[in-house]
Write a protein of this length. Structure first.
Length: 379
């Protein structure tokens, strides 16, 4: 086998190091008992390269509600390529005037709370009510392999087949709050495509959920019976961010235990300040399996939208979220520039080693690296 490598056919002609995939020559014949001289010519099929979409193509396709273009636009938005990032921002700028009309609902809960089953039940109910639903399902990223299963469509089989619903699984990438880094941009793209309910399912692994709260209008926390008593409920900081708490799996022999858990959470909520001023966070009961309590939960969301809209809080929260998003982007870009700076990259290994050996205090190490970065950017 040779060391010859070439880029796959789908890599653009000017593609650089951001495309890590390579195609290598296979092993020579004869290693498995089959002669290399088999007399058969290899089957060569024509390779069709998918045409790159322009900004106008992306915008027109999204506004027309074309699901294929919508998926490709979200892929563009999620890309870490600098070239794709510039193109994505041009697309988003032209789509902004068609965004903001949806209700954004964040749904979180511990693993096993039935989030995916609940979302399928809620999504099917909403479609039956005439809504178009987009589900942004975020799967946890392995800290070892950096991979994600992205199996949410498998767990939502009925919803995934409905043309009035768009499901987009994305890896969390290890981001805080269990949401994908570009979830905010994806919400805007889905809104521009005409989806009027956006459901954001988070990882729910105990990380800070503040990130989720900062991008949705209504935050729903799913619980299950047996998760702890009233005091334990208070200790769960995520309850302070929830606009509603729903105890799922209230079916069969588990119904009485679920009702008892709901009553405990209701009492616990009285000790907590509401996540939204002027709104009393309710504790609800539902069964995603039996599809009971789903309509009641959506009615709570509608009541929340109506009351906060009348008070002006809904619009103010959206403005605050946009401002916070801007500052998050500033921090992200500064961090990226810092670690990509050549001077910092050259000095970092030695400074890290000095810190781990106890020869340099962490605070002084940080100051030294920042001084190098500031000097590098001003030269």
């Amino acid at each position: 086998m040779t060391d010859d490598k070439r880029k796959p056919e789908w890599v653009p002609e000017n593609g650089g190091s951001e495309y890590a995939s390579s195609v290598v020559r296979g092993v020579d014949g004869g290693h498995d008992g089959i002669s290399a001289e088999s007399g058969r010519e290899p089957v060569r099929r024509p390779v069709s390269r998918r045409r790159e979409l322009s900004v106008d193509d992306h915008v027109a396709g999204v506004l027309a509600g074309d699901r294929t273009t919508l998926g490709r636009t979200i892929t563009l938005v999620e890309s870490n390529s600098l070239r794709h990032e510039a193109l994505a921002q041009d697309v988003l700028r032209q789509l902004l005037h068609r965004t903001g009309q949806s209700i954004r609902v964040g749904i979180t809960g511990v693993p096993g709370a039935g989030k995916s089953t609940f979302i399928e039940a809620l999504g099917n109910y909403l479609i039956g009510q005439g809504y178009r639903v987009a589900v942004l399902a975020v799967d946890p990223t392995s800290s070892i392999t950096r991979g994600s299963v992205l199996g949410d469509k498998v767990r939502m089989p009925t919803l995934a087949r409905d043309e009035r619903c768009f499901i987009r699984p994305s890896p969390s990438g290890g981001t805080l709050g269990g949401v994908a880094r570009k979830t905010r941009e994806t919400i805007l793209v889905c809104e521009a495509a005409g989806y009027d309910v956006i459901l954001v399912e988070t990882v729910g692994v105990g990380q800070s959920e503040i990130t989720v709260r900062s991008m949705v209008d209504f935050f729903l926390l799913l619980k299950i019976a047996g998760a702890g008593d009233e005091l334990q409920g208070i200790k769960k900081g995520v309850m302070e961010l929830a606009d509603a708490v729903a105890v799922n799996k209230a079916d069969g022999a588990n119904r009485s235990a679920a009702e008892a858990a709901r009553a405990e959470y209701e009492r616990a909520l009285h000790y907590l300040a509401p996540a939204t001023p002027g709104w009393q966070t309710p504790a609800l009961l539902c069964s995603a399996l039996e599809k009971t309590g789903i309509a009641g939960i959506w009615e709570v969301v509608r009541t929340f939208r109506r009351e906060t809209g009348a008070s002006g809080l809904f619009h103010q929260r959206r403005l605050d979220q946009t401002r916070e998003w801007m500052h998050d982007m500033i921090r992200e870009h500064l961090q990226r520039r810092f670690y990509q700076d050549q001077t910092v990259r050259e000095a970092l290994p030695a400074i890290e080693q000095a810190v781990t050996r106890g020869n340099l205090p962490v605070t002084r190490a940080v100051r030294r690296l920042l001084d190098l970065f500031e000097k590098s950017t001003t030269e």
